[in-house]
Design a protein around this ligand. Sequence first.
Ligand code: BES
Ligand code: MN
Ligand code: MN
Length: 456
Amino acid sequence: MSLSAIAYARQNHPRFLDELKALLRIPSVSTLPEHKDDCRHAAEVLAADLAHIGMENVRLIETEGHPLVYADWLHAVGKPTVLVYGHYDVQPPDPLDEWLSPPFEPTERNGNIYARGAVDDKGQVCAQVKALESLLAADGSLPVNVRVLLEGEEEVGGEGIARFVASKPPELAADFALVSDTEMFAPGLPTLCVGLRGMIYTELEVRGARTDLHSGMYGGAAPNPFIALAQILAHLKDEDGHILIPGFYDDIIPPSPEELAAWRSLPFDEEQYRIAEVGAKQLVGEAGFSVLERTWARPTVDVHGIPGGFTGAGAKTVIPAKAVAKVSMRLVPGMTTAKSFALYKEYVERIAPAGVDVEVRLIHSGDPCLIPVDNPYIQAATRALCEVWGKETVFIRSGGSIPIVGDFARHLGLPSVMMGFGLPDDGLHAPNEKFNLRNFELGIESLIRFLEEVGR
Ligand code: BES
Ligand code: MN
Ligand code: MN
């Protein structure tokens, strides 16, 4: 019964928090080769936890990259099967000097736990595992059939899990997916995320001279790849935030008037968002669209870094032979990764200045997704959230991407319930990432109640 599982969770909360801290101490940064063993270690720790709480068929599934963690418990005869998803990999912690406590030494301060991965996504994966533990320990069984699938490459595009899911393995037969990797719209406001942007992440390489050249001897005659790169980048968007790639907007499916009306009634203060979350003197973006529309329902282009050339201290007078930019585009429903990339590549090649060669490479991509809300799992989720938080659930979209969610729908026919417990100021991917401890606790309770509601 629900009360006993929740009572168990409350009683065991200090240990749950200790175990979360142990997970947070493992620097499972998926993009950095030197952390490969740490990624496997995080997977092994989670697998051991899952076995320990009574999940069955626990194993690591090897991929070309970091392993998947699989576990199941399939004894709820006649009940639905849920595929529980999260990721154990994290983003790199830099810039290190901006952290108030070290990124892999989880530290409690003012009701939060600070560490890289605290909210994205180890804290939320841990909440899922602790919800399962509480149900198994208190009831000796689960109210629904459960399959757990955790990945270690979400932050780098999720290629391994994408291949596994596309092969439609019998291990993934389920009725819906439960994804805990999103945020609540505001503190205390229960939220389900029903849409994510997709993305294409690219590298743009510009080559000029055969080799680096003395900038006095050759400057004025030899092409400079950084200047050429800057010219290309400057033509991706105009001053009004409008993307200049021809055809880029053609296939967008705009949100319905009802969805837009619901967004307008969300508690959102643009000035507060500008100051407290963004911290810039002005927001930018496409005229005629609200901030929520700009971040949830419009595509965008961003530049993440421009490696190359001379970046040491002091001065070096050189015309570098090549320059690179890391450029990504967020996509919204209606757009596809293949077509968007093709349009972008064609445009960049066309506008490249004279004297240089450009190469446009796709690093990873994921399609956007929109979740249908007229299903019993979403309804069960809103009932569970209302019990725990005492409020009606709001439906939001997110500007972020979780590539596998679209694949769950496409390949496995699964709707996802994206029930997450992050807060807007948690600092995902940024220094001083945190997870609110109350959200960790109530997140576990929400997940317990949700699984019970589904099994009712
Ligand atoms: N959990 C985030 C995505 C997210 C953030 C969803 C906030 C909802 C609210 C996820 O870990 C993430 O960061 N994804 C990457 C995906 C990319 C590397 C393919 C992203 O959005 O940049
Ligand atoms: Mn995440
Ligand atoms: Mn992330």
